[in-house]
Design a protein. Structure first.
Length: 382
């Protein structure tokens, strides 16, 4: 059935709640739920909490109960299909049925195999009217909130965002490596907000040795620190490296054969992956699959020109997050070392998503393809 204006208003609120759980729910999806009447009264609302804690629907039911509302006969508006399996928490569809919810408006079906339509089916079997959103704009907004979760479940790899901060002439550092600070304070804080929504932040050993970054979230509040990952084939990461310090965890990806260094890093608190077949590092596509198995949804990469170039050349970047400072550096380091192309049409193509000013700098968000609504979402929208 067509959505009413009330439906749209409630779903926008549910999406706002879902966005408010960035940095909290990993590896679970971010979900928002609003419960209310068809007469414009909101009884309760909530968002999914940390893994193992209450999901959005249960939080909204608790909120309504705490306010003294009876929800029997009410409507629930949710950004993602209520779960139907018993994982670390009971099924949310059962909680809605037990509460007497009469109607449920769902923006997206959950791609997770243990749900994947089962939650909707169980609601309908219990007599709940379930309306699935067909509006492409709402579908795209809901997918964007959980773009990494959908990528991990549907593609078996994280959504990879490559972040760069550069001058107008594309330089990320002076020739001697100095880069603090090309962009302004507002852009740096904004970059931390993007780190917060990621499951993991990855860099290369060159950046660790040159800058000793922390790669954590400091400039904005967060309930969860993303996993910090270093690609370091020879385990040159110092045991005193800033990114090994708490809070949060660090993961070092290395080639086999450096047992003594691996032991020292583990004693310093790092997790080391060095048990690969043969004596080489895994190929980048294989590594992304391994990270997906670990539950990494969004992988935020802040790296030097070598790793950035490798990811770009392999077509593994899904999204570019670029901060351009209103300055020129001249001779210096580029943001990516790319192979020479033989023809302009061979260059990768990106779609503009956002162009905004952040403080004195320009923020560009681009995606390698016009992601928008994927094939699965297009089928839902038909």
């Amino acid at each position: 059935m067509p959505l009413s204006e009330l439906d749209r208003t409630r779903l926008q609120r549910a999406l706002q709640l879902a966005r408010g759980s960035f940095g909290l729910t990993e590896p679970n999806p971010r979900v928002g739920c609003v419960i209310g009447s068809e007469a414009a009264s909101i009884f309760g609302q909530g968002a999914t909490q940390a893994a193992g804690q209450a999901h959005a629907e249960v939080m909204a039911l608790r909120d309504a109960a705490g306010a003294g509302y009876k929800v029997r006969g009410a409507t629930a508006w949710v950004t993602l299909e209520p779960c139907a399996h018993h994982g670390r928490t009971p099924p949310c569809c059962d909680a809605l049925v037990a509460a007497g919810i009469a109607r449920c408006v769902v923006v997206l079906q959950d791609p997770f195999p243990a749900v994947a339509g089962a939650g909707i089916a169980r609601l309908r079997a219990a007599g709940v009217q379930v309306d699935i959103v067909r509006d492409p704009a709402l579908i795209e907004q809901a997918r964007d909130v959980n773009i990494g979760f959908f990528s991990r479940i549907e593609r078996g790899r994280p959504w990879l965002r490559l972040k760069m901060a550069a001058s107008l002439d594309g330089r990320t550092a002076l020739a001697d490596g100095r880069s603090q600070w090309i962009t302004g304070e507002a852009a740096r804080a904004d970059g931390h907000a993007w780190r917060r929504r990621a499951s993991a932040v990855m860099t290369g050993i060159g950046t660790v040795l040159a800058d000793d970054p922390r790669l954590d979230v400091r400039a904005v509040p967060t309930a969860h620190q993303p996993l910090r990952i270093v690609l370091d084939s020879k385990l040159r990461t110092p045991v005193t490296a800033a990114l090994l310090r708490p809070p949060g965890q660090a993961l070092i990806i290395a080639a086999p054969g450096h047992a003594e260094k691996a032991s020292a890093l583990r004693q310093a608190g790092a997790e080391v992956w060095d048990d690969w077949a043969g004596r080489a590092m895994p190929e980048l596509p294989s590594l992304l699959q391994e990270l997906a198995q670990r539950g990494v949804n969004e992988l935020h990469v802040e790296a030097g020109p070598t790793l950035a170039g490798s990811l770009l050349a392999a077509g593994l970047d899904d999204e570019l997050l670029v901060y351009l400072a209103p300055t020129l550096l001249g001779y210096g380091r580029p943001f990516a070392l790319l192979p020479e192309l033989q023809d302009i049409p061979a260059t990768p193509s990106y779609a503009w998503r956002q162009v905004d000013t952040v403080g004195r700098d320009l923020r560009l968000l681009l995606r390698r393809d016009t992601f928008g609504i994927t094939a699965a979402a297009q089928r839902q929208a038909c």
